[in-house]
Design a binder for this molecule. Structure first.
Ligand code: IPD
Length: 274
């Protein structure tokens, strides 16, 4: 992976691998807690916080003046003013909580308004997805490329399904029904960062979800784009990092998928999540 071994990749990789060791250790414990009356919820939130502390310490050690936007501890400005890390220490928390082996760490580096590097690490499969702006996207030693599928009828599309009070369920169901009727299948795996990485890897042909947070998607959006895919808002806008209203796809299917979703309902009204 010579092309990806930039200093910034090394910093992000070191942090991700160290936090991942802690997560994998704790994932082993979670299985035992499923049968306890209280369940593993408190344990998992401690595991999540511990991973975030490790990531922060490692990233700070390497770049002491960068800011942070982290899922658990929120925003903190850095002395540098131009750079900040967007970090999700555990994407796929509900999976983790239920001992479902599908979760990851997501780290993005933002310079001014732009995401310039993104890393998504799935520790159980040891898959390290990484992209740097203008350099390309990789998984471990392999360059990533979105799928070449051209027919929506052959496409497998990933999504995130809103739950409890999050999102406008009826609007979402209309979009889901449209995609179900037009494609080869819909998948809901439960970790948005990995959904994006899988589009970059050509495993999924597209992905949509409403109301995601910047730390869920910042790294994945860059990885998709650097793998040759397209990304934007479902309603056609370009503010997906802010709205969290995300559509990505391969070059041929991004537009048809967007038309299908827009024809089905109003993603803007569905976008308000808790
Ligand atoms: C969640 C996952 C999930 C998505 C949710 C996110 P978290 O992130 O990415 O796939 O459907 O909307 O909140 O809470 O596990 O970091």
């Amino acid at each position: 992976m010579a092309a990806t071994r930039s200093p910034i990749f090394n910093v992000m990789e070191r942090a991700a691998r160290k936090a991942a060791r802690s997560l994998v250790h704790d994932f082993g414990e979670v299985e035992n807690l499923q049968v306890s009356r209280k369940g593993p919820a408190d344990f998992v939130s401690t595991a999540d916080l511990q991973a975030e502390r490790i990531l922060r310490a490692e990233l700070e050690k390497a770049r002491s003046n960068y800011g942070f936007l982290m899922e658990e501890s929120g925003e903190s400005a850095g002395g540098d003013g131009r750079h900040r890390w967007l970090v999700d220490p555990l994407d796929g928390t509900t999976n983790f909580l239920h001992s479902i082996p599908h979760f990851c760490i997501s780290i993005a580096l933002q310079r001014d308004a732009e995401i310039v590097a993104g890393l998504i690490y799935d520790p159980l499969r040891d898959e390290m997805f990484f992209a740097e702006k203008g350099i390309g996207a990789f998984v471990n030693d392999r360059r990533l490329r979105v799928s070449a599928r051209r027919e929506i009828a052959d496409a497998v599309i990933a999504t995130g399904i809103p739950f409890r009070e999050r999102g406008d369920h009826p609007s979402y169901l209309k979009m889901l029904a449209a995609v179900m009727g037009a494609t080869a299948g819909v998948r809901r795996f439960g970790a948005a960062a990995l959904d994006l990485a899988y589009v970059a890897a050509g495993r999924f042909d597209g992905f949509f979800e409403i109301g995601l947070s910047p730390w869920d998607i910042a790294a994945g959006l860059l990885i998709v784009r650097e793998a040759g895919g397209f990304a934007g808002e479902i309603d056609g806008g370009r503010d997906e990092l802010k709205s969290g209203n995300v559509l990505v796809g391969n070059t041929a299917l991004y537009e048809p998928l967007g038309r299908l979703l827009r024809g089905a309902g109003s993603p803007a009204s569905a976008a308000k999540t808790g």
